[in-house]
Design a protein around this ligand. Structure first.
Ligand code: ADP
Length: 199
C-alpha cells in the first residue's frame, strides 16, 4: 500500500488540500483525530496519565483536563518527553490500523506534526503544503478566533519552514486561490496514480 503523508504549518491549507484528495476518492487518515483517542476516558493512555499525576489531572466528568496537562508539560521538559514516549507508540498503532483498512488506490496520512512526531515513518512519500508565514497568520486569524501572537507561538512550536521543505518529496505552494490548489492537487494525484500503476 502506498501512503502519502500530507503536512504543513498551521493555516497552510492541509485540510483544504486533503478535502480535495478525498473528493478524488483517496482515503484520508487524520493523525490529529487519532492522536486524541488514547487520552479518551477509559483508554490506556489516560489510565497511565492518571497513575502519574493523580486524580487532579481529570475533570469532574473523568475526562482529561487538557489545560492542566499542557501546563505541566510546558513547565517541565522531562514530563513532555514522558508523555510523548507514552502516546506516540499508541498513536502509531492506531494509524497503522487505520491505514490497513484503506482500500483506495493510495492513502493519505494527514498530520500537522508529520515530521516532528516521525509519523512520516508510515509514509512512502510526503507532501508539504507551503505558504509564507504572513499567509499562515492571515488565514488562521480568518478561520479561528485567535490573535496574531497566538498563531506565531504555534508556528514557533512547529518544525521550521525550511526544514519541512527539505524533508518533503512533493511541495504544493498554496499562495493562490482554492482553484489553483485544486489544480495542483489533481496534477499530483494523476502523477501518483501513474507512478503506482507502473510499479
Ligand atoms: P490547515 O489545515 O493547514 O491548518 P486549512 O486548510 O484549514 O489549514 O486552511 C486555513 C484557512 O485558509 C481555511 O479557512 C481555508 O479555507 C483557507 N484557505 C486554504 N487555502 C486557501 C486558498 N488557496 N485561498 C484562500 N483560502 C484558503
Amino acid at each position: 500500500m502506498f501512503v502519502l503523508g500530507v503536512t504543513g504549518g498551521i493555516g497552510s491549507g492541509k485540510s483544504a488540500a486533503t478535502d480535495i484528495f478525498s473528493s478524488l476518492g483517496v482515503k484520508v487518515v487524520d493523525a490529529d483525530i487519532l492522536s486524541r483517542v488514547p487520552v479518551q476516558k477509559g483508554e490506556s493512555g489516560l489510565v497511565e496519565i492518571e497513575k502519574r499525576y493523580g486524580k487532579k489531572i481529570l475533570l469532574s466528568s473523568g475526562e482529561l483536563n487538557r489545560k492542566k496537562l499542557r501546563e505541566i508539560i510546558f513547565e517541565k521538559e522531562e514530563e513532555k518527553i514522558w508523555l510523548e514516549n507514552l502516546l506516540h507508540p499508541l498513536i502509531a498503532d492506531l494509524i497503522s490500523q487505520e491505514l490497513k483498512l484503506s482500500s483506495s488506490i493510495y492513502t493519505i496520512l494527514a498530520s500537522p506534526l508529520l515530521f516532528e512526531t516521525k509519523q512520516s515513518n508510515h509514509c512512502n512519500e510526503t507532501l508539504v503544503i507551503d505558504v509564507s508565514e504572513e499567509t499562515q497568520v492571515l488565514r488562521t486569524k480568518t478561520r479561528d478566533e485567535v490573535s496574531e501572537e497566538q498563531v506565531r507561538t504555534i508556528i514557533l512550536s512547529q518544525i521550521n519552514r525550511s526544514e519541512r521543505l527539505r524533508l518533503a518529496n512533493h511541495i504544493i505552494e498554496n499562495e493562490g486561490s482554492l482553484d489553483d490548489l485544486a489544480k495542483a492537487v489533481k496534477e499530483l494525484h494523476q502523477k501518483l496514480i501513474a507512478q503506482i500503476e507502473t510499479k
